[in-house]
Design a protein around this ligand. Structure first.
Ligand code: ZN
Ligand code: FE
Length: 257
């Protein structure tokens, strides 16, 4: 399974999964159809699946047009998003699995950004040694999604599920927000040497217009304030010893940053 990262809209990423053996492809969160159709043409591949993480238009905006071109493709989304995802055929819940290219992805229910948000996790296999997590707008490189429909407690639960995956898991998040996220991170966790170093690397990468996605979960655990609500530095910054309250206060500061 090859993974291609396609840029869309102003700062979205669409991920195209390609199975060379069968010349089929799947797409995660097609914000728009155009870059996906272009890549499918370049590869000579047929689209068989659309995996949506949540109902926002910058994640499902291309569904209809892709279905028009590939009417046999299956559209997957959260059971809780039924009626909000164009063309949705399959309703997924926590613990369900989906298949592509001979690999099986586990579905995690990760509400918080929206009340129906899900993530798709392909565990490592003998042939493919890294796990791949498609987490939409739940976990970002250096940050997390805004709480539009969920509570801080829900988001902490959701991020706790993702934080338990192996450090080598690649984090395929749906936006290029990393530099801004890390600027904020430094404002609440400024003594963190790993964070300082990451900020420098990301600043250089962005100057050169290089993408910063995917990142590794191990890096996120060391540097992302929204995975560090139970650590001393963030609890001091939030003036709280309660993990959920720490998360909520840090998230509130980011909203106003
Ligand atoms: Zn969203
Ligand atoms: Fe989004």
């Amino acid at each position: 399974m090859n993974i291609y990262r396609l840029s869309a809209l102003s700062d979205n990423y669409i991920f195209l999964l390609h199975d060379e053996a069968t010349q089929t492809a799947a797409v995660v969160d097609p914000a728009e159809a155009r870059p996906v159709l272009q890549k499918l043409t370049d590869l000579g591949a047929v689209l068989t699946a659309i995996f949506n993480t949540h109902h926002h238009s910058d994640h499902v905006g291309g569904n209809r047009q892709l279905l028009a071109q590939f009417p046999d493709a299956t559209v997957y989304g959260s059971a809780a998003d039924r009626g909000r995802i164009p063309g949705q055929q399959v309703s997924l819940n926590e613990g369900d699995t989906v298949e592509f290219a001979g690999r099986e992805a586990q579905v995690f229910f990760v509400p918080g950004h929206t009340r129906g948000h899900i993530a798709y996790y392909f565990p490592p296999t003998e042939a493919a040694q890294t796990g791949e997590l498609f987490c939409g707008d739940t976990l970002f490189a250096g940050g997390c999604g805004r709480l539009f429909e969920g509570t801080p407690a829900q988001m902490v639960d959701s991020l706790t599920k993702l934080r338990q995956l192996p450090d080598q898991t690649r984090i395929w998040c749906a936006h290029e927000y990393t530099l801004k996220n890390l600027k904020f991170a430094l404002s609440v966790d400024g003594q963190n040497a790993a964070l300082q170093q990451r900020y420098q690397q990301v600043a250089i990468a962005r100057q050169q217009q290089q993408p910063t996605v995917p990142s590794l979960l191990g890096t996120e655990k060391q540097t992302n304030p929204f995975l560090r609500w139970d650590g001393a530095a963030l609890q001091t910054a939030a003036n709280s010893s309660d993990p959920v309250q720490t998360f909520a206060r840090i998230r509130g500061m980011k909203d106003r940053f």
